[in-house]
Design a protein around this ligand. Structure first.
Ligand SMILES: Nc1ncnc2c1ncn2[C@@H]1O[C@H](COP(=O)(O)OP(=O)(O)O)[C@@H](O)[C@H]1O
Ligand SMILES: [Mg+2]
Length: 326
């Protein structure tokens, strides 16, 4: 499998009245072709900002990508200006996004069919009839009953789950190399959520599309992802295969997230305490105040960067790195 995306040293800030929010701080990761990557962490840790940054969708002001490169399919996306023709050509075509329901990019005033056709007419060299045919076929593939009729529906005429199916279909229309699904199923109830996850999984497997699954629920990615990146307070603090992370979490935060994964029918628990402010973050480990393994060294040492330990497994935990002799 070839390398599809390499993000190096990505940092994104927001200038606010209270100071500069370091929402994403020196984040590096990669995605291979057809690979499924989970990006996991609590709300506010920088998951969405990290993804919107590489799609060049951060509102400026107040936001700004201040450092990094994001080489996708051989091209550094961060060299392009927001809304430049180059980035618009890539977005929705080679790389597309599925958002959580409230943020869905479906236009309430336009039929499903027209919205799907517009995506294709922008990016593909086909006519209206072909676009309609492809749209109908895609609706069928994502499990929408009576797809020919649904093309003439407006988004509000469909249920939340069906709307997300349409979004998944739309994201696949131009046969992208990668899809970013940002909490794509979070707003849905458990059964519908599970069906949608299965659908996305089937679709990306069928078309060999890479997928970044962004979620606050580690349980969700465990089932589908090949590798997981765990984010905390704007940084990736652990990275590894699902298997390695499950068997041997190398950061106390990941261990906390694992203990929060609900058993069937239970609610997702949360770790005690709060992440630190992303304005004036301390030089020490950001998880310190919540960590049950901390020792005096943690209070005096600067936070370590994400560091490779073994296999594909990396951690930023000072104590784990010390124990590994690194
Ligand atoms: N437009 C904005 N202005 C100021 N701060 C922002 C803005 N958007 C996001 N942030 C901050 O960036 C941080 C990361 O946010 P986000 O990436 O949305 O978190 P997640 O997706 O992990 O829940 C948060 O602290 C959030 O408050
Ligand atoms: Mg988010």
């Amino acid at each position: 499998m070839g390398r599809l995306l390499t993000v190096t040293g990505l940092s994104t800030e927001f200038r606010t009245e209270r100071g500069v929010v370091k929402a994403v701080d020196n984040v590096s990761y990669h995605v291979d072709e057809s690979e499924i990557i989970g990006l996991v962490g609590e709300s506010g840790c920088g998951k969405s900002v990290s993804q919107l940054s590489i799609m060049r969708l951060i509102p400026d002001p107040p936001g700004r990508v201040v450092a990094g490169t994001a080489v996708f399919d051989g091209v550094d996306l961060l060299q392009f200006k927001r809304d430049s023709s180059e980035i618009c050509e890539i977005r929705g075509n080679k790389m597309s996004m599925v958002f959580q329901e409230p943020m869905t990019s479906l236009n309430p005033a336009m039929t499903i069919g027209r919205q799907m056709a517009e995506v294709m007419l922008v990016h593909m060299n086909i006519d209206k009839n072909e676009a309609r045919e492809r749209a109908e076929n895609m609706l069928m593939q994502v499990g929408i009953p009576d797809p020919g009729k649904r093309l003439d529906d407006y988004p509000h005429q469909l249920s939340g789950g069906m709307r997300q199916r349409v979004m998944v279909g739309m994201s696949m229309l131009c046969d992208p190399k990668m899809i970013i699904a940002d909490e794509a199923t979070t707003a849905l109830d458990a059964t519908i959520q599970a069906q949608l996850l299965e659908l996305m999984y089937e679709m990306v497997n069928k078309y060999h599309t890479a997928l970044i699954m962004v979620t606050h629920n580690l349980g969700i990615v465990a089932r589908y992802a090949h590798r997981i990146n765990v984010m905390y307070a704007g940084r990736i603090i652990e990275s590894g295969t699902v298997k390695a992370i499950w068997a041997n979490p190398m950061h106390p935060y990941t261990e906390g997230l694992l203990s929060c994964v609900p058993k069937l029918g239970e609610k997702l628990l949360s770790i005690k305490g709060m992440p630190p402010s992303l304005i004036n973050r301390p030089p020490t480990c950001a998880f310190l105040s919540r960590c049950r393994y901390r020792n005096s060294g943690c209070f005096s040492e600067p936070a370590r960067e994400l560091t490779h330990v073994e296999g594909q497994h990396s951690t930023a935990c000072n104590r784990r790195l010390e124990a590994a002799g690194l």
